[in-house]
Ligand binder design. Structure first.
Ligand code: SAH
Length: 222
């Protein structure tokens, strides 16, 4: 990929990205750092070329294997909620997918650990991080419902696929004061939740808004 393709032209240009950022602001995204990063991150390289002209529409798009790259508004919203109390050092992401959310996080926190159950998606994401020279991301091919115990505890955990219930393993891998942002529920009735580990034994849950994510599935695909 040459420099122009990376920067984008026409439907993938900086101007198109700026329009997306304007829309995100209108929808209530306030965190300027998140807006700046999304304005500078080439979402079109996270999507198949045939769809790249739609990269800056505020919509989820297919990335193969029945999965989707999350809608920009949701990426912005989840990131803003995760970061709301200030900088984080170690963040776990469950569901690397295209790697777009990972890339946004990597520009905000010291270190991102990201797990994905579908190996080919993980490999594509890995290539994109290399292309963008993102070096503070560690990837693991596994069932992320289990978290990543030997790298925890985490100051932040972001889950980008929906389980029916919050996995207890993820709660256990949050540091005290740590924040978990997670969609919970079935396909028809999902809610975005924020869980804060207040003390060693106490968790505080806030229900934020209705969302629509692909399900968190168990097991892995080679
Ligand atoms: N943040 C990604 C979202 C991709 S969709 C993006 O914006 O591109 C959700 C991803 O979660 C899919 O790639 C799916 O394979 C993955 N996933 C689902 N269940 C999982 C699990 N138990 N462990 C790890 N990844 C999982």
């Amino acid at each position: 990929m040459n420099k122009l393709q990376l920067q984008g032209i026409g439907m993938t240009s900086q101007r198109t990205r700026s329009r997306l950022v304007q829309r995100l602001k209108e929808q209530g995204i306030n965190d300027q750092q998140v807006l700046d990063i999304m304005g500078n991150t080439p979402r079109h390289i996270f999507i198949d070329e045939a769809l790249s002209h739609r990269a800056y529409e505020d919509t989820a798009l297919p990335i193969g294997f029945n999965q989707t790259i999350s809608q920009p508004y949701i990426v912005a919203r989840m990131t803003e909620i995760l970061m709301a109390e200030g900088p984080l050092e170690k963040v776990l992401e469950v569901g690397t997918g295209s790697g777009y959310q990972t890339t946004v996080l990597a520009q905000l926190v010291d270190k991102v650990f990201s797990v994905e159950r579908i190996k080919p998606l993980q490999e594509r994401a890995r290539q994109r991080f290399a292309l963008l020279k993102i070096r503070n991301v560690s990837l693991r091919h596994s069932d992320g419902g289990m978290g990543w115990a030997d790298r925890g505890p985490f100051d932040g955990i972001m889950v980008t696929a929906a389980p029916e219930e919050v996995p207890p393993e993820l709660l256990a891998q949050l540091s005290v004061g740590g924040r978990l942002v997670i969609p919970v529920g079935g396909t028809q009735n999902q809610q975005l939740k924020l869980v804060i580990r207040v003390t060693d034994t106490e968790y505080e849950t806030t229900v934020l808004e209705g969302v629509k994510f692909v399900p968190l599935l168990s097991g892995t695909i080679r």
